[in-house]
Design a protein around this ligand. Structure first.
Ligand SMILES: Nc1nc2c(ncn2[C@@H]2O[C@H](COP(=O)(O)OP(=O)(O)OP(=O)(O)O)[C@@H](O)[C@H]2O)c(=O)[nH]1
Ligand SMILES: [Mg+2]
Length: 373
């Protein structure tokens, strides 16, 4: 197992508690990707250092630890610029990753279908392209600086051309898959569509399995789901489609949102969203906010949403009562459930089926008379 060290900045705009939560999440990402976190380094700064992300003294401290403890990986909680990456790599002499890098890596290891694989590969190349300068430093270091400038640059140009070519091939491949997918979606006709959305690891797939009685993969790791699963559910003779989608995360790499756009079409096409939230999580409100931000980026207008607070089995009764009070005053469709322990699933189903019926009967008024006569 590779040994990793985490580095985060305690920005003046955030509390120490928040910094800790961010690094907890980064550690969970590291765990998901199969490495072990051995230490965290944090520094209080207004903004990141433009050349080395953290200050020079802190970087030396990290360097000492890395050498002493034979650390394989140093992971930064924010994205590094190409020049920061180059400077840090030069000093630490080990693998340097940033948050996007790590997320892309996890996505790559989780992708199963051709669709997901193509989308991740595209995102990876797009991430790599502006960072190609990094390869030049490798070359420089290996072969010595003077006289290598010409061939080095040619090498970058060649690499850049190859990668650009790969990107356009992948886009072409993706657009073919997208066409098939959109044909599939059109074939589904006018059925009411419901999509489960939410932060990663909140219990979307677990809930999908309960409502649709299917067997979608769910586990206590981040991004268990990459491919959208769609199931037909029938309630009181009314059919609707339920889809389980990829989880969101704070600072989801821009390239991933771009290339996962078609997977996220299920969300865009949905009539109703079930926004699943892990209510037991210390920063659940921040998770909700980052989901809402991503949804705003994705959708032109807000959708009918059921706010589904999950994992209530992990919350003390008194605290739960207070949370219910707090959310019930907000004029939203809220339900409090535990998917894993099947608590209050009836409430969610009632709320959902009521909304599904409403939409169904506006779309098929004829069926209503049929059913009621
Ligand atoms: N205690 C508790 N755990 C739950 C509950 N619902 C789901 N879990 C657990 O939470 C973990 C994540 O569940 P998933 O259903 O995979 O979550 P997801 O939202 O689909 O996650 P991604 O696909 O990774 O985005 C699993 O270990 C579930 O068993 C719940 O109500 N209570
Ligand atoms: Mg899932």
């Amino acid at each position: 197992m590779e040994k990793a060290v985490l580095v985060g900045i305690n920005y003046s705009s955030q509390t120490i508690g928040q910094t800790k939560e961010f690094l907890d999440e980064l550690e969970f990402l590291v765990h998901t990707s199969g490495a072990k976190t051995t230490k965290r380094f944090t520094q209080s700064l207004k903004v990141a250092h433009s050349t080395t992300f953290v200050g020079k003294g802190k970087l030396s401290e990290i360097e000492e630890f890395v050498k002493d403890k034979e650390v394989d990986l140093v992971i930064f909680d924010d994205d590094l610029s190409p020049s920061q990456l180059r400077n840090i790599e030069k000093q630490l002499c080990c693998k340097i990753l940033d948050r996007s890098n790590l997320i892309l890596d996890i996505f790559a290891s989780r992708a199963r279908t051709a669709h997901a694989k193509t989308q991740v590969e595209l995102a990876q190349y797009q991430y790599l392209l502006p960072r190609l300068t990094r390869m030049w430093t490798h070359l420089e270091r290996q072969k010595g600086g003077i006289g290598m400038r010409g061939p080095g640059e040619t090498q970058i140009e060649t690499d850049r051309r190859i990668i650009n070519q790969k990107i356009s091939n992948l886009k072409l491949k993706l657009s073919k898959i997208d066409k098939q997918k959109s044909a599939q979606r059109n074939n589904r006709g006018n059925m009411v569509k419901v999509a489960l959305v939410g932060y990663t690891n909140v219990g979307k797939s677990t809930l999908m399995n309960i409502i649709s009685k299917s067997k979608v993969f769910a586990e206590n790791k981040l991004f268990a789901t990459l491919d959208t699963t769609v199931r037909k559910v029938v309630v009181d003779q009314i059919p609707f489609l339920l889809s389980d989608t990829v989880g969101f995360i704070r600072k989801l790499p821009h390239q991933l949102i771009e290339s996962f756009k078609s997977t996220l079409d299920e969300v865009r096409d949905a009539d109703i969203l079930i926004h699943v939230v892990d209510l037991s999580h210390a920063v659940y409100q921040e998770q909700m906010n980052s989901v809402n931000d991503t949804l705003n980026e994705l959708l032109n207008s807000p959708k009918l949403t059921i706010l589904c607070f999950n994992k209530i089995d992990l919350i003390k009764e008194k605290e739960l009562i207070a949370l219910k009070e707090f959310w019930k005053n907000k004029d939203l469709n809220v339900v409090f459930i535990s998917a894993a322990n099947k608590l209050n699933i009836g409430n969610l189903k009632n709320e959902l089926f009521k909304q599904v019926k409403d939409i169904h009967f506006t779309r098929f008024p004829y069926n209503k008379t049929q059913i009621y006569y």
